[in-house]
Design a protein around this ligand. Sequence first.
Ligand code: SF4
Ligand code: SF4
Length: 166
Amino acid sequence: MDTVELAVPPEANPTFHGRDVFAPAAAKLAAGLPFRELREKAFSLAFMIVFILLLRTLFVQAVNIILMPKLGTRIWCKYFCPQGLLIGLISRIGRFALVKDESLCTGCGICNQHCSMSIDITGGPAVIRSGECVGCGVCVEVCPRKALSMTTGAVSGVEKSDKVGV
Ligand code: SF4
Ligand code: SF4
């Protein structure tokens, strides 16, 4: 298999340079350039990228499916993703927190049902600092007792937690 380097045009956008490399190729095809000619330069590289992404997806899904009975959902994100680990560590020292007023909470579990990140808000501590929380605010909205709030300020009068993924 030949490996061909596609040059990045000097005018390419630094963020969307993939677009600026492949869009001209698509334009040449649309203008009638025989695919064979383009393929000789681009196909091996594009195929390799797609193949690596496909392998990665299959591997992640296999890990998720095999371990799901023991560890629950989103296993790759919680235990193996290096980006998730970094975000989790940063969240431990960050100021963002989800605060639960335990004098108002009835333990109904509605917040847990609506949290798309599967965070245990109902059973968690009064102050949740989770690297998995995306700060969507849905739990705050759906709580019928208005027991939840989000803060980036100092939290006092409640137990602090620095657990990741609570
Ligand atoms: S929805 Fe509100 S009252 Fe119900 S468990 Fe969650 S925080 Fe507590
Ligand atoms: S803010 Fe969103 S992600 Fe964070 S705990 Fe609430 S529902 Fe879950």
